[in-house]
Design a protein. Sequence first.
Lengths: 100, 202
Amino acid sequence: METPNLAPFPAQHDLGGNPRFRCTPVEIEDDAPPDDFGKRVDALRAVLRDKGLITTDEQRFNIESLPEAEYFDLTYYEKWLRAVAAVMIAKGVVTWEELQ
Amino acid sequence: MANQPPRAESLALLAKLEAALKRRGIVSDEEIELKRASADRANPMTGARMVARAWIDPEWRALLLRDGTAAAEAMGISMRGNPPLGVLEDTAGVHHLVVCTLCSCYPRAIIGYPPHWYKSAAYRSRAVREPRAVLAEFGTVLPAGMQVRVVDSTADFRWMVLPQRPAGTEGWTEDQLTALVTRDDMVGVTLPRVGRRESRAA
């Protein structure tokens, strides 16, 4: 039996040193505050956090678990929204059908 | 991953999620508005004042470096629900740069919303691999021989940089010094300087 390879494989969100973006400049002018959508998502998440319905780690885990194509394609707050919705469904706070 | 507008399906999902939560009495418009207003109020002026005071007051500086959370609370900022805040002291020999390689962790309570570039794949991947090249893109060139220490903010611990007080600020008031410090200085991508063009967000 072969020894399994135990070296950790970097997860998609673990971008430190990732060569894929080696030649991508940092868009330093891209620093506007979040748009209305982003602020709404952020505020909703904060309310749910204060009520004990979502933790940072639950949110993080659900963002990190997105399929790779979505992880790199969705905007920042679109990823947050999907994570918040996923946690609310998983906990039975809302139903999947309501969000269709 | 540029800063694009949300897709129609995302707007629809948000509307449905908000409606479902409101129907059940779990959230209200008032609660959401309050949170939004409080997030909008958080801005880099708080962090800038913490830095300026550290340049003037050695006791405050010691508190800031020992316990950033306590220092922020002493400024009247509620840090409830926030992870601990650590403060990295730049010296003549060491410059600090903050990144969140895993996502976007950032001391929002004291410097506001993170800019989009902080959350970008390019910044997250390159800051730890070639920090000097990233700094150069911000127009920051460090003196030869200065060490760069890159520090990862995480979901459990946030960092800000206490830059060195720039030359030419002898005798300045706390307000004058506060006006000199920008958000980017506290992330470590720029350095406070007298007379620089204030083109970037303060």
